[in-house]
Design a protein around this ligand. Structure first.
Ligand SMILES: Cc1cc2nc3c(=O)[nH]c(=O)nc-3n(C[C@H](O)[C@H](O)[C@H](O)COP(=O)(O)OP(=O)(O)OC[C@H]3O[C@@H](n4cnc5c(N)ncnc54)[C@H](O)[C@@H]3O)c2cc1C
Length: 470
């Protein structure tokens, strides 16, 4: 990948990052911005071809980047958004998505947040190109770390590769994803067992690529049919680079979408609304169906271990992975990278790892509460909602109901929390209580109509306000 420039000093680098996916790349960008040399190692061979790779099997599935994540990546890699659009990513406004929530269709046609829709491999390839061009960053692919040990002097880590060779650095950042072996390495190093919390609603994904013009659904920019506890099947259709659309289907437990091509359309036909099935019938399929089943929320409580070693951090899915239905993983990794960068700049990394792990854990806190707060409502999950989750969940559904009856203020408040740009306290604004009170006293206006039915008649006859110019 990057030229094999020799790294200065006793060690291979100031920072060794394990895993060159989104969390690892963004952590490397953070360390580089703070003037550190970084060696990123990746078990896959990264031959430059654009396509899902073995180490990131979720690359076949639809990925959305929440607005908070787009802003955080832009801060770490300025110009990233424009480059993604230039590479074919489709800039759209989430306020123009035909979005069927639990309580009905959300308002459509009002500016909300920008989303640059692209396949996961394109996003990752661009991030890789940008990060490997940063000063002091070297990426070595085809390198699998098999074990992690302290060096004899105790001042650095030795990463042992599967071929027996070693790498050393005073700081190691584990970004090796859900399948990370860090908990095993820590136990072997005498730090004890890490406590893990898992909430698994048993969601499965299936996806397929279709060919259709980018404005196929205009003026709707795409379709999102949310699964709900009473109807645990949903799906999405979004335009991606290359005049293609990514169509994803999700379902929980016995409702997981099947892997056979011929079963994909019948699955879409069983959803709460025919929009996705209509879409699939009106477009041309370009790929086979690919499924993915590992979607549990998993939190390894490294931040609560009684002792934490110096020179070690964990970020991204290795630390906390979410049910991807809520689209939070990359955003959390990017926000953790910003925190890392600021900590490096403030000189609060080496010697302050335990505190930093707690702060990295706090970055994942709200997304965790959102994802598990929803998943625990499914019959397929085990566990109880916390009182706060139950209360916020109930109030969010009330706001969702107001939004489905045309209350834009309620929709905006929910959008801000969903995109992780606002605190959930924003849901407690007095005007929202006032709207709820009015609805209780005088009743609700009619539910919003199905946007596609309404809009399809005018499709192609309107300007496309949803496409944001690059
Ligand atoms: C089906 C699905 C859909 C998703 N959709 C979204 C979405 O819409 N939006 C969103 O933000 N997030 C989504 N996610 C989550 C997102 O993919 C991750 O949160 C994000 O990629 C950050 O993960 P990561 O970099 O920590 O780990 P990963 O992406 O899993 O990458 C880990 C990397 O480490 C490498 N590696 C592992 N072990 C070793 C080793 N021993 N030595 C060297 N290298 C190693 C792997 O090869 C891989 O490159 C989705 C996930 C799934 C499963």
């Amino acid at each position: 990948m990057s030229p094999n420039i020799p790294l200065a000093g006793r060690y291979d680098a100031d920072v060794l990052v394990i895993g060159a996916s989104m969390a690892g790349l963004l952590a490397a960008a953070a360390a580089s911005q703070a003037g550190r040399t970084v060696l990123v190692v990746e078990r896959d061979s990264l031959d430059g071809s654009l396509g899902p790779r073995k180490g990131v099997p979720q690359g076949h599935q639809p990925h959305v980047l929440l607005y908070r994540g787009l802003c955080a990546i832009e801060e770490l890699l300025p110009g990233f958004r424009t480059e993604l659009v230039q590479a074919g990513g489709v800039a759209l406004d989430t306020g123009y998505l035909a979005w069927l929530g639990e309580q009905g269709w959300a308002p459509i046609g009002n500016a909300a947040f920008e989303l640059v829709s692209a396949t996961r491999p394109l996003v990752e390839q661009l991030a890789r190109r940008r990060v490997t061009a940063l000063p002091g960053v070297v990426l070595r692919d085809g390198v699998r770390v098999a074990a992690l040990e302290r060096d004899a002097g105790g001042s650095a880590w030795i990463a042992r590769q599967t071929d027996g060779r070693t790498l050393s650095a005073p700081l190691v950042i584990d970004a090796s994803g859900r399948a990370s072996r860090l908990s095993v390495w820590l136990a072997e190093a005498g730090f004890g067992e890490v406590r893990t919390t898992t909430v698994d609603a048993g969601f499965g994904y299936a996806s397929r690529i279709y060919a259709a013009p980018v404005d196929h659904l205009a003026p709707a920019a795409g379709i999102l049919l949310l699964p709900t506890p009473s109807s645990p099947m949903g799906g999405v259709a979004l335009p991606v680079e290359g005049g293609r659309w990514m169509v994803g289907a999700v379902g929980a437990g016995d409702h997981c979408p099947p892997r056979e091509n011929e079963s994909f359309l019948p699955f879409l036909e069983r959803l709460r609304d025919p929009a996705l099935a209509d879409f699939a019938r009106s477009a041309t399929s370009l790929s086979d169906v690919v499924i993915h089943r590992r979607t549990d929320n998993v939190r390894r409580h490294y931040d609560r271990m009684p002792a934490w070693p110096t020179g070690l951090l964990a970020v991204g899915d290795s630390f906390c992975a979410f049910n991807p239905v809520y689209g939070q993983g990359i955003t959390v990794s990017a926000c953790q990278a910003l925190l890392l960068r600021d900590s490096f700049n403030a000189g609060r990394v080496l010697g302050a790892e335990r505190r930093l792990m707690q702060r990295l854990g706090q970055v994942a806190e709200l997304p965790w509460e959102i994802a598990t707060g929803e998943d625990l409502r499914y019959a397929t999950s085990q566990g109880e909602l916390s009182p706060v989750q139950a209360l916020f969940g109930k109030w969010s559904r009330q706001l969702d109901r107001l939004a489905a009856h045309g209350d834009l203020q309620a929709q905006r408040a929910l959008d801000r929390v969903y995109h992780l740009v606002g605190s959930p306290m924003g849901l407690l604004h007095p005007l929202l209580f006032w709207s709820a009170l009015k609805a209780w006293a005088f009743g609700l206006p009619p539910r919003l109509p199905r946007p596609l039915e309404r809009e399809v008649r005018t499709a192609h006859s309107m300007a496309l306000p949803n496409v944001v110019s690059s």
